[in-house]
Write a protein that binds this ligand. Structure first.
Ligand code: FES
Ligand SMILES: [Fe+2]
Length: 347
């Protein structure tokens, strides 16, 4: 096991980007991680306790008992509450302490002393709204059509990589690596090894795309912000890849710690009816292993990069998408820090 530290870059903008922007939804783990017992996860610069009540509904609190900080995740599930193992304090899923067995009627009872999070399960993953304070109603979690559309089908692929989450995003915002790193793969062998790119604004973000080649290789990437940050791309498939046209990938990359990322890729195909079953069978039996092979190539590259690799770069025209994405993230981090400072002054 690698020791996980909480993000702590000296520059506040860097520190916020390293830990993950606030007030956004993030996938934090596959649904299957949370079974009968509470679990504790490090994500987004936080330690989070997750559990299911008797109906299977998921709840999340900061894994820190408001009494003296013991891990609530090691306590006992009492429906929508956790009882801390240390002195039995009971905390409800909305952060309110409902019972202090050692000192009934004390001030802690009835107070919202713990940090709670909204969680939702969608497409095989647990999504958490990353807020610093209690939020009554979070903004809606809006996911791309490839996940939400009835005529689509997807498989979640989850991995944890030893690298900063921003390197994972950079990798996806870099279509040209398909032509080189993945050139032996069954779907990325075609097309030019030189390309011109352009950035096109969309309603929710932007597309970084080749100007002279489309539908041949990994030719474009989109970044979107819909109360969650996601990226997507499509790779044309040979006939042997079964029904559904291009193979689409939707990705989200959630920081675990400064040098560790929870990587979510949903592999999607536009298939319905019996074609869906055909594709799902084909995927499991033939295609999945190939995809893992391609993903391994990405993992090896990313994990071998030094943590300060992005401080010593010589970018060229193919990297304009990366520059744009980094600039955008920095701007968002600055805005969040300014809003936080203004709220403090107002308070
Ligand atoms: S630390 Fe949790 S009850 Fe005391
Ligand atoms: Fe790749």
């Amino acid at each position: 096991m690698i020791p996980i530290q909480i993000a702590k870059a000296a520059d506040p903008v860097e520190a916020l980007l390293e830990a993950g922007l606030r007030n956004l939804w993030y996938p934090i783990c596959p649904s299957s991680f949370v079974q009968e017992q509470p679990v504790s996860l490090r994500r987004l610069g936080r330690k989070i306790a997750l559990w299911r009540d008797a109906r299977g509904t998921l709840h999340a609190l900061e894994d820190h008992c408001p009494h003296r900080g013991a891990p609530l995740s090691q306590g006992v599930i009492l429906g929508d509450r956790l009882a801390c193992p240390y002195h039995g304090v009971q905390v409800r899923c909305d952060g309110v302490v409902t019972k202090v067995p050692g000192s009934p009627g004390c001030k802690l009872e009835g107070s919202r002393a713990a940090l709670s999070f909204h969680v939702q399960e969608r497409h095989g993953a647990v999504f958490l709204f990353n807020s610093d304070t209690h939020v009554d109603t979070p903004p809606p979690l809006l996911l791309p059509e490839e996940l939400e559309g009835a005529e689509w089908s997807n498989f979640l692929c989850y991995v944890e990589w030893k690298g900063d989450h921003r390197y994972v995003a950079d990798n996806v915002m870099d279509p040209m690596h398909g032509t080189f790193l993945h050139k032996q793969s069954h779907s990325m062998a075609e097309g030019e090894s030189e390309a011109q790119f352009q950035i096109r604004a969309t309603d929710t973000g932007f597309v970084f795309e080749k100007t002279g080649q489309k539908g041949v290789n990994f030719d474009w990437t989109e970044w979107g912000s819909t109360n969650i940050h996601w990226m997507r791309l499509a790779i044309p498939y040979p006939k042997t890849g079964g029904p559904g046209g291009s193979f689409s990938i939707v990705g989200c990359y959630t920081p675990i710690g400064p040098n560790m990322t929870a990587v979510f890729f949903w592999r999607c195909r536009k298939v319905s009816g019996w074609l869906r079953d055909t594709w799902r069978f084909l995927y499991r039996n033939r295609l999945e292993a190939r995809h893992w092979h391609v993903l391994e190539q990405d993992r090896v590259m990313l994990e071998a990069m030094e943590p300060d690799a992005n401080q010593r770069e010589h970018l060229y025209a193919h990297d304009v998408g990366i520059v744009r994405l980094r600039r955008q993230m920095k701007q968002l981090a600055k805005e969040q820090l300014e809003a936080q400072a203004a709220a403090k002054v107002a308070a």
